[in-house]
Design a protein around this ligand. Structure first.
Ligand code: APR
Length: 226
């Protein structure tokens, strides 16, 4: 089977009703991104950060995967599909994708503030005073600005081995994730699907589809499955 790698960002979940980060001028659900999504923000105001991610976690029960997620899951019938997502929602998993790498963490997990390797499945709110087994405060299992991206090397290997790469719904502004598109040395077909992709600088062998995720994935599926 050919290897198909998807690199997804917030735009793929937009049609499910989850806001992107940068479409609202750097505000994310009315917050400055750095206040709620950086290690500095956590140190400054952990209560605000917990509340913010508690709201995002609660929102997950109100949303469902859209057609773009579903098409990606169905492509597993014809391809060996690996999804590398910057998203912390679980919509790829819920639509049936079996190999999902969450570069920036997962809303349904919590970890120890003192040791990010102490990870728990967590579906409830996290509150100040909720402790991990090492006695440290629990925090969202999210890769914030100012932190390492532990799954980056694994993701880079996947992109390197890809026969086909589809980049979807990401503004490619956040590094090191944005750099992954340059590792696709062996891919014979490369697509970028995003309503604003004409404005983005990507290698010249990418096919640019300036469309919403659902429409763009349907078009690529027709090309790949025929
Ligand atoms: N279909 C496809 N793309 C869309 C849609 C849609 N329906 N709606 C918006 N987009 C595109 C926007 O044009 C934009 O290019 O989705 C992209 C979203 O970009 P960002 O909001 O910057 O999200 P993303 O690239 O995932 O952000 C990366 O930033 O704050 C961090 O850790 C956070 O993982 C996140 C990272």
């Amino acid at each position: 089977m050919q290897k198909l790698v998807i690199l997804s960002g917030a735009g793929i979940s937009q049609e499910s009703g989850i806001s992107t980060f940068r479409d609202a001028n750097g505000l994310w659900e009315n917050h400055d991104i750095m206040e709620v999504a950086s290690i500095q923000g956590w140190h400054n105001n952990p209560e605000l950060v917990l509340d913010f991610y508690n709201q995002r976690r609660r929102q997950l029960v109100e949303v469902i995967p859209n057609k773009a997620h579903t098409i990606i899951a169905q492509l597993e019938d014809q391809y060996e599909v690996t999804v590398i997502t910057q998203n912390v929602d679980d919509l790829h998993e819920r639509s049936g994708s079996s190999r999902v790498i969450h570069l920036h963490g997962e809303l349904y997990k919590a970890c120890s503030e003192g040791n990010k390797n102490l990870v728990l499945d967590w579906k409830e709110d996290i509150k100040l005073g909720d402790l991990a087994e090492d006695g440290s405060q629990l925090r969202p299992f999210i890769v914030w600005f100012g932190e390492d991206v532990p799954l980056l090397d694994l993701a880079a290997d996947m992109v390197y081995d890809a026969d086909i790469l589809i980049v979807i719904g990401t503004s490619l502004q956040v590094y090191p994730a944005a750099n992954l598109i340059h590792f696709a040395h062996n891919a014979k077909r490369k697509y970028i699907i995003d309503p604003h992709c004409q404005d983005y600088t990507v290698p010249s062998d990418f096919v640019k589809l300036a469309m919403k995720a659902t429409e763009g994935m349907a078009k690529v599926r027709d090309e790949l499955v025929g």
